[in-house]
Write a new protein. Sequence first.
Length: 623
Amino acid sequence: MCGIAGIFHRNGEPASSARLKAMCDAIAHRGPDGEGQFVSGPVGLGHRRLAIIELSSLGRQPMVTQDGRYTLTFNGEIYNFNELRAQLTARGRTFVSRSDSEVLLQAFATWGLDALPRLNGMFAFAIWDKETEVLTLARDRFGVKPIYYAEAKGTFLFASEIKGILAHGTIGPELNAEGLVEYFTFQNFFTDNTLFRNVRLLPHGCYMQIRRGSQEAVPVRYWDYHFEEPAHAASKGELLEQLDHLFRQAVSRQLISDVDVGCYLSGGMDSGSIAAVAASQLPYMKTFTVGFDLSSASGVELGFDERTAAEYMSYLFKSEHYEMVLKAGDMERVLPKLAWHLEEPRVGQCYPNFYAAKLSSKFVKVVMSGAGGDELFAGYPWRYYRAVTSDNFDDYVNKYYAFWQRLVPEQLLPEVLAPIWGDVKHVSTKEIFRNVFQEHASTLTRPEDYVNHSLYFEAKTFLNGLLVVEDKLSMAHGLETRVPFLDNDLADFAMRLPAGLKLGNLSEVMRINENEPGGKHERYFERTRDGKLILREMMGRYIPSEVVNRVKQGFSAPDASWFKGESIDYVRRRLFNNNARIYDFLDKQKIQSLVTDHLEGHENRRLLIWSLLNVEQFCEEYL
């Protein structure tokens, strides 16, 4: 786990070692254990090291093949590197270290781009081929590790974080107005856009090759999600045993490390089950929980503190357990530092994750997370139920698009973005939404098909945003986060599971809508325990039944209450400030009206308020 950066002058101009160092220094927090550079002619590759496997100097990067042809700078972990090493040794390759980095380098030297589907892990890397003068960038299947890129004046730049690109000095921190439309609709980016003009995120499951003197490079997809109903499914009992085996295998694979590994323990079943399996294989494990002071919370937020369940599971697993309790005001204190590390806001109110990473990093360098379980196994049934009664693909898009406008509804965008609307009105957020499916079949005939489309969409967008955020916030503290649910074999199995084994009550939802046209049963649009059914059953082998059978809940602070209570002065000070930077591109009167609705208790706009505060801080940090 590290930070990478690089320069490639297409016109042959020599790369600057000083500029490359500045790029790496900007992301030094990602790799406090060492640094390295490779500069040769027009190319420069930089590396900041967080030593996890092969702690000796033999694991240093950039790493060069013995013949000098290929040079690698790599961020991530290849969990099946021992199996790949055996295959490569059988083909005559020799190794000087125990590192997965050297295995990745030799794999590419042997198989080229065909190495990518063989990799089971999280990665973002760049490899320079001196012979062909081709620079290859690649990102893992699911997008656990990010890599950003930009090009100007014949200079191609890349880095693990945008601040690394900005440090080169060729690309300035200009606001991407089109990206604002996308963000303020979805609280996320469904394209490869960022809030920085001319800076893009290489999509997950893609590679890109940049050649000297050639035209602009474009990402090429080598893998994508594909959720589908199996033609002939095994029995539920067989599938349950396969799931158990693959889950244990995934956790075991990701425990490989030369440093201590800990686990987040949120109080939910995903992280709890990972911790249970990990504790059975590690003689001594640390677990970490962030809870919330609920003194001023109300309504559903009264259930947001999960420390009791986490403490009980820690007792069962015999882990060394650490907790942190967040209060109103902790967001205010951390927001400047968080916005600098996050660079561009994405999905969710993520400051609790920042504190969780900060806590964990005091005790371990690697932590396991439950991310991905919901998106692969249908953890949000109230979302999918909205779409299963669609008449066709267009009807499905309309229904799901309406749901995913998390911040500002489409009809309000011209008012909210009034100061810049003339420049961005050509941006179609519905087309952005629809284009998520462009590489996925759109034939829909059964409720299960609509569910699988929804799972595809959420893995491509919602999960992708969560992973980008988690990477930034953990690496801010020199902490590696691993995600066992995104093991290749486990994910492939999950995508082939029948939707009916993940999600309950599909037939009931269909019956209600067929018999009561226009009717709406609220139960199916609220948080329920109808999702992840087969996963819940399997996890019952590892964690208490009261945890397995809980209603689904995300990891969130009681901000709806805090924003109109203890933090109301902060919200007013930041968002009712006539000199706030956001009013360069947002309509002040409209925004303040929407915020007032929340402060006076008329509407719950906690996501919008968080996003406004975050974007305001982003402007102060970068623009």
